[in-house]
Design a protein around this ligand. Structure first.
Ligand SMILES: [Zn+2]
Length: 237
């Protein structure tokens, strides 16, 4: 029985170690996700600015096309004017030209605004691109380091998992089952140390006869209060 209890004790240690390592691994994974998310968000900002810029450029091209079309209209009207015979027609075409020239001035004003906006967005984009590159470079190193930590912990978990399998093979299946159920019910602790007449799992006083029986190692004994399997520990560890 002593040997079985020793095996269970090691099983609990291995399980707790695996739990702690998995928790550490999850934390690292969350940090890694955070780093990746930061890089993605920065790239997304660059993409948005690039698309803003492309939109402004295409609006500029549209304005330029309207501008040259209006200029052509004016030139055509001015040519036509030379062939006009009546004063009435002359005045009508004159009004058309005046309106077209006003239109051209408006378009030129809009073009200037558009060019200003393009310059502003181009500056923002260049700044954001260089920030993004810097972030990606720094993050790449951090990502490699975090991944290496995660992999190292995984190899420790794998080693512990092998150790766990070898223990489970030699402990009677019924005992492993009992241990597993208890572990789930008792927040990862199926075993409790007994010391000075107390269960260290729930800090309750153990019946003296039960405590004395622990010394005999004849049977598996459990705490009547928290139901954990008791292991005698005389010394503080
Ligand atoms: Zn207890």
């Amino acid at each position: 029985m002593k040997k079985k209890l020793d095996m269970l004790e090691e099983l609990q240690e291995v399980d707790q170690r695996i739990d702690a390592r998995k928790a550490a691994q999850n934390e690292l994974q969350a940090e890694l996700n955070g780093i990746n998310h930061g890089v993605d968000a920065s790239r997304e900002e660059v993409v948005v600015l690039e698309s803003n810029l492309a939109h402004l450029e295409s609006e500029k091209v549209g304005l330029e096309a309207t501008h040259s079309a209006e200029l052509e209209n004016i030139a055509r009207s001015e040519t036509n004017m030379k062939e006009i015979k009546t004063n009435k027609e002359f005045q009508a075409v004159g009004r058309e030209i005046t309106a077209a020239k006003k239109q051209v001035a408006d378009i030129e004003e809009q073009l200037l605004q558009k060019i200003g906006q393009i310059e502003e967005v181009s500056r923002d984009l260049a700044a954001k691109q260089s920030l993004c590159e810097e972030l990606a470079e720094n993050s790449a190193q951090r990502i490699v380091a975090k991944q290496a930590e995660i992999d190292k912990i995984q190899s420790e978990i794998d080693a512990d998992t092998l150790r766990r399998e070898s223990i489970v093979k030699v402990v009677p299946a019924s005992l492993v089952k009992r241990f597993t159920i208890l572990r789930e019910q008792r927040r990862g602790q199926a075993l409790a140390f007994a010391r000075d007449g107390y269960c260290m799992g729930c800090n309750m006083h153990l019946p003296p006869q039960l405590y004395n029986n622990l010394y005999k190692y004849e049977e598996l004994l459990t705490c009547p209060h928290c139901q954990r399997i008791l292991i005698l520990k005389l010394e503080q560890q």
